[in-house]
Design a protein around this ligand. Structure first.
Ligand code: M6R
Length: 605
């Protein structure tokens, strides 16, 4: 989703801004732009399309100056056009703004400004901010920005510049992240510290409703009452740098293949239930003594949460509820305030997950974030944080973050089980089973050729069904989501036994059903469900482990995966479905890493 970058210092702003925008590309966007100041002379360049299009534009018309702001926009108000791209300037040209977030009362503010004669150029909510600051601007840009922001409802991270105050870059944040990067005689602003990794080692995160004023040789931070605030300087690691694809054609494929290593790192030192804490966890470990859990997340992370429910309830005997973050934030369920609310997110910036976490805190719940990006807003706001350690995930379709989320939840469930009823002997056996996961996932990757053949056979269908039971039911949901988001084929995931309550009507010769099978206690039940689909002429693709001979005999296609314990099977069986979605998307010429309409970090509601 939208990304912000800003610079003030002795160097030329333009190349630094373009590099920052390139680093923000992975978030997903549909237009890009920047504005620089050379003295009081404003240079504004923006266009729909990619950062590469903007860079081409800049080669013809450079944007000189040592102060500037840049933006990648993911359309919310108005289509992706040159005019709607950020930055937005006030009609009088005195104020220029880039913005992440959504201004909920923009229509009312716009009407008020238009009644006063202001002429708007774009469809965006952001233009209201620029016009409003200009409306309040006499000679103090900071004061005008402060007054204008106080009139906004919604969320924002903004960077503001003005030809009337040519040495000043202003940043402000409320409900959307913004960091200041500290350099030698230069300062940066970014919505994502990853955009600054390798450029500066030190950052300061703006807290809720804080503002900053950056000049080439000084900087200040203010609270909502415009009082100076003490700052907390944090180090960022260069590992946040967006890594290259290497020999892989796409990030998604690279990340699928990284899973054995990522799982090793996610599980490192976390399988010793003799220890009291959870390795790498930040915050008070007494949080883990909760006797009820509420897991909340969105998208793929929600599917990991569903698996978490099965894991915590079965391994640790802890009752668990799972809520979509977007639903939980607007509900007021009668939860016990002692319930630990666990927010699960790869990015840690998903607007709904953040809002759910904040709601939970307001209601007095202890909170824990399970997060891949350790300096994200979610990670910083929760009472405790468990890092996934999966490494940066760039492809919009989440793959290694999903398997690492489930692995970390498994290890966490084991840890919590051990502090309750689980014997040391059973805990040691389970820990040993979990430790085999990275190798099992490595072996599962060998299905790639078989998957490619299946993909060639089914890449032109319009619908897919994904069916599983018990631990493999959340994976059915995840398999369907992967197929939808990157190949644009309609797909639905169901608990296999639910088919006869409705979805069986969808089965025909052109609707393949992907069945997940393991040799656990519901094997025969799933086989019966498979037969029901076969009896209605539906093609069956079975994802099954060696030894599921009956499934192999009855299915039209079989994709073998190594056999592991039931509760680990979804992590291994995830590999063929990730690859199936990938190969079908390739065959359909879809943009695998940047699927249409989607963004990596969903920072709006
Ligand atoms: O960063 P998060 O884990 O909070 O993101 C949640 C969802 O937006 C994300 O999982 C989304 O569903 C993925 N594109 C799925 O592959």
């Amino acid at each position: 989703m939208c990304g912000i970058i800003g610079y003030v210092g002795q160097r030329k702003a333009e190349p630094l801004l373009v590099e920052g925008l390139r680093r923000l590309e992975y978030r997903g966007y549909d237009s890009a732009g920047l504005a620089t100041l050379q003295g009081a002379c404003l240079h504004l360049r923006k266009c729909a399309g990619r950062v590469a299009d903007l860079a081409r534009h800049l080669r013809e018309r450079p944007a000189p100056g040592g102060l500037g702001i840049g933006h990648t926009r993911w359309a919310t108000h108005g289509p992706a056009t040159d005019t709607n791209a950020h930055p937005h300037a006030s009609t009088d040209g005195r104020v220029v703004v880039v913005h992440n977030g959504v201004i909920e009362n923009y229509a009312m503010l716009r009407r008020g400004l238009e009644a006063g004669g202001v002429v708007f150029r774009s469809d965006t909510d952001t233009e209201v901010i620029a016009q409003l600051i200009a409306h309040h601007l006499a000679d103090d840009l900071m004061a005008a920005t402060h007054t204008a922001l106080a009139r906004l409802q919604g969320s924002y991270a903004v960077a503001v510049l003005s030809p009337c105050n040519p040495g000043m870059l202003i940043g402000a944040s409320s409900g959307a992240p913004l960091v200041v990067g500290l350099g030698q005689g230069e300062y940066f602003l970014a919505s994502d510290p990853g955009a600054l990794a390798g450029i500066t080692d030190e950052v300061v995160f703006l807290q809720e409703r804080q503002m900053c004023a950056l000049g080439a040789d000084s900087w200040q931070m203010f609270d909502d009452a415009r009082q100076h605030v003490p700052v907390n300087i944090e180090a960022i690691s260069s590992t946040a740098i967006v890594t290259e694809k290497g020999d892989f054609e796409h990030y998604m494929l690279k990340e699928i293949y990284e899973q054995p290593l990522a799982l090793k790192s996610a599980l490192h030192m976390r399988l010793d239930p003799g220890t009291h804490g959870f390795a790498g966890m930040e915050g008070d470990e007494s949080l883990l003594r909760a006797d009820r859990l509420l897991l909340t997340a969105c998208g793929t992370s929600y599917h990991a949460a569903l698996l978490g429910k099965y894991l915590f309830e079965e391994l640790a005997r802890i009752p668990v509820e799972v809520e979509y973050a977007s639903e939980f934030r607007y509900r007021n369920p009668p939860t016990d305030p002692r319930t630990l609310v666990v927010a699960i997110s790869q990015s840690g910036e998903t607007a709904d997950t953040l809002a759910a976490l904040r709601q939970a805190k307001l209601r007095g719940h202890p909170t824990l974030a399970v997060c891949n990006v350790t300096n994200s807003t979610l990670a910083r706001e929760a009472d405790g944080m468990v890092p996934l350690r999966a490494g940066p995930e760039i492809g919009v379709a989440s793959t290694k973050a999903f398997t690492c989320q489930v692995a970390v939840l498994t290890a966490l469930a084991l840890q919590m089980a051990r502090t309750r009823q689980l014997s040391e002997r059973d805990a040691a056996r389970i820990a040993q089973e979990i430790a085999t996961l990275p190798d099992a996932v490595r072996d599962a990757l060998e299905c790639q050729d078989a998957v490619r053949r299946v993909a060639e056979r089914y890449c032109r269908v319009d619908n897919f069904l994904y069916l599983g039971r018990q631990y493999l039911y959340p994976l059915a949901l995840e398999g369907a989501l992967k197929m939808k988001e990157i190949s644009y084929i309609h797909a639905e995931g169901y608990p296999a036994a639910e088919m006869k309550h409705g979805p069986l009507a969808l089965v025909d010769a052109d609707t393949p059903s992907v069945f997940f099978l393991s040799r656990g206690h519901v094997y025969d039940k799933v086989m019966s469900n498979l037969e029901e689909v076969k009896a209605r002429g539906g093609p069956v693709i079975a994802v099954a482990c060696n030894g599921c001979d009956e499934a192999a005999a009855r299915a039209d296609e079989i994709l073998y995966v190594p056999e592991v314990s039931d509760y680990l099977q979804p992590l291994v069986s995830a590999v063929p479905v990730q690859l199936l979605a990938y190969h079908i998307a390739l065959l359909r010429d879809c943009d695998v890493d940047k699927p249409r309409n989607l963004a990596k970090s969903v920072t709006v509601e």
